[in-house]
Write a protein that binds this ligand. Sequence first.
Ligand code: SF4
Length: 50
Amino acid sequence: MPNIKCSVTECSYNKDVECFAPAIQVARDGNLSSAKNSDNTKCETFKPKH
Ligand code: SF4
């Protein structure tokens, strides 16, 4: 994995504002058929810290 900076520190894969998941999946947000900007995308690998 290339270095992925991620500010979602409440994710269990996040350590020191970096992603340490072996791979991540990103998808369009909601039911969009075409993303227009980064706000229209989301990380589906997010897993909350318990
Ligand atoms: S899995 Fe997604 S939300 Fe979690 S640290 Fe990685 S990039 Fe961020």
